[in-house]
Design a protein around this ligand. Structure first.
Ligand code: HEC
Ligand code: HEC
Ligand code: HEC
Ligand code: HEC
Length: 164
């Protein structure tokens, strides 16, 4: 009996690995391909103009671009499959990119999945709530984070695409 329970447990564990382990961070250049330009609502351009895109530059200005204490909030998925110090691919993950909020895009970035929100949510897309911001916007973790008002902050980063 115990063996059966153990076996079921192992299978469940393996299945959960298959489900979560497949989603990898791909970097903003991949998202840019389909989300830039007037016709697509200038989503990439709006992001690029604002502070999130420049978060790594802010560290460089302070000479802190290798400090793990800063990289956690000023890069994308630091040590979680995204930014990694001295990694050849690190530059793909500088700043607070799309996937910091929307989740790792290796699977959902396929057009057929992207067009279907339900399907995308099953494939790594995150249903964003305040918690997805306060992982970084947390005064307890860094004193320079200003008071965070979710509604106001959402307005500030808005990149809604006008429906035609
Ligand atoms: C091959 C093209 C393509 C790529 C690459 C791509 N997208 Fe998309 N994305 C789309 C299309 C098409 C839609 C659906 C737009 C619509 O239906 O109006 C979409 C929709 C979305 C949505 C809205 C989903 C919803 O239903 O609420 C988000 C968020 C998004 N993309 C984020 C990303 C991110 C982040 C990346 C990079 C990891 C990315 N996309 C890469 C084509 C793409
Ligand atoms: C990975 C960490 C991280 C996450 C997640 C994150 N932010 Fe930020 N945010 C930052 C950093 C770092 C800055 C400052 C960048 C700089 O100036 O160097 C910032 C700046 C801002 C600013 C001020 C600058 C501006 O563009 O107006 C707003 C507003 C903001 N974030 C809103 C949000 C919202 C809303 C969410 C969630 C949907 C969110 N952030 C998620 C790290 C994060
Ligand atoms: C817990 C997340 C977090 C950590 C850790 C963090 N930051 Fe920030 N940082 C933020 C947020 C959020 C903002 C945006 C400020 C705001 O609008 O709330 C920001 C903004 C900044 C800015 C630009 C805006 C300003 O106020 O001048 C600089 C520079 C900066 N951080 C440097 C650093 C350095 C250096 C470290 C490491 C010693 C660090 N940060 C660690 C979250 C973080
Ligand atoms: C700081 C967090 C954050 C970052 C960074 C971010 N987004 Fe978003 N995005 C949101 C939020 C919040 C929404 C609105 C709620 C939702 O769709 O979950 C949104 C909505 C969207 C939508 C749907 C727009 C609509 O009209 O339905 C698309 C497409 C999208 N984002 C793509 C991107 C792409 C591409 C990037 C990078 C170039 C990016 N986002 C960067 C938080 C972010």
């Amino acid at each position: 009996m115990k063996k059966v329970v153990l076996l079921i447990f192992c299978l469940a564990f393996l299945l959960s690995m298959i489900n979560s382990g497949d989603f990898k961070y791909v970097g903003v250049k991949k998202c840019k391909m389909c989300h830039k330009g007037e016709r697509k609502g200038n989503v990439y351009e709006k992001w690029q103009e604002r502070a999130h895109a420049k978060a790594f530059e802010s560290l460089k200005k302070k000479g802190e671009e290798k400090n793990p204490k800063c990289l956690e909030c000023h890069t994308t998925a630091f040590n979680k499959g995204g930014y990694k110090v001295d990694d050849p691919k690190a530059s793909n993950f500088e700043g607070v990119q799309c996937e910091s909020c929307h989740g790792p895009g290796s699977v959902y970035k396929k057009t057929s999945i992207m067009k279907n929100r339900e399907l995308a949510l099953k494939n790594g897309l995150v249903n964003i709530t305040e918690k997805n911001c306060t992982v970084c916007h947390d005064g307890a973790k860094c004193e320079h984070a200003k008071e965070f008002n979710y509604k106001e902050a959402l307005k500030a980063i808005d990149h809604t695409v006008e429906k035609k």
